[in-house]
Design a protein around this ligand. Sequence first.
Ligand SMILES: [Zn+2]
Length: 365
Amino acid sequence: MERNNDSKMVKGLMERLNDGEHVIIAEGFVFYFERMGYLQAGSWVPEVVLNHPDKVKSLYREFVDAGSDVVLAFTYYATREKTRLIGKEDTLEQLNKNALKMAREVADEKGVLMAGNICNTNIYQPGKKDREDEIKGMFKEMIEWSVEAGADFILAETYAHLGEALLAVEAIKEHGKGLPAVVTFAPFVTATKNGKAITADKVLLTEACKQVKEAGADVVGLNCGRGPNTMLPLMKDIMKVCPGPFAAIPVPYRTCDKEPTFFMLTDPVTGKKVFPTETEVCSCSREDFSDFGKQCKDLGIQFVGVCCGNRHYYTRSLAEALGRKPASTTFSPDMTKHYVYGSDAKVRKDVSEESMDLYHTLRDI
Ligand SMILES: [Zn+2]
């Protein structure tokens, strides 16, 4: 059992996974708040945590109501490098601590897990020792703040390089006080080696997952960059060579063989690239996420979620596909009482028949 408040004990991450359960995680905070107008595309620093903490807390709650088993502290890109970039390094500690504190509060209130979050720093360069030391320092402080705030596990994510993912595992082992580590690669690289996906430091993705697992990660897999269609084939390859449990957290966009990552997607009408602010035109449907949930169930992928672009309804569709009934299922669509399409006896048939005729017929009257 994990730490929670005095009256509620919540089953821990590894206990759930060992018992064959699924664990759902709603992510995508950075894109969400950019869309809401509280975070800037480009630097992507989660300043909203300090400027509008109420909105962050509200989204934590919303995602749990949608079916998330985890409140992920919104510290994605709350790194020393990112705050330096916008000249606000002095806000770093407070930002992290606030995000974590609110996450713990909501997790306790809702009876779910809370995870600390570290991620890609964007300054990693293979073989550069000074950079490695700088990154280790960033991971250390964020992991320590997470432990202090009572995180139940650490999610280390969006690594394009194996080298940086290994630094993350090492840091969690060293400073995480035994907390489980979920470590995921972002399959951004589209170049391949012998037709197989590779990391940015040109290691086979399958091999990279294996190495991260051997280094001590408890859960391995992929997050971000790809939609369900182009992430799951990579997961299948990873699962052939690497021991689980596995994580798959795609973006909700319709990536395909021709455009396997969301960086490559083009607007079907204008032909322009849509990343990062027009991606909605290539959005997944809710059903895409039901299908994703079913496929994860069939494949045996237990740690599942939605990354950048997540909205309430994607998480809910995923949760419902896994047999859950999250709080917001109360308001899952039920068209039986719709005035045109409804089949309920109380719907006035004369109105619905008339409307159907008017709304569904292309003709000159
Ligand atoms: Zn993402």
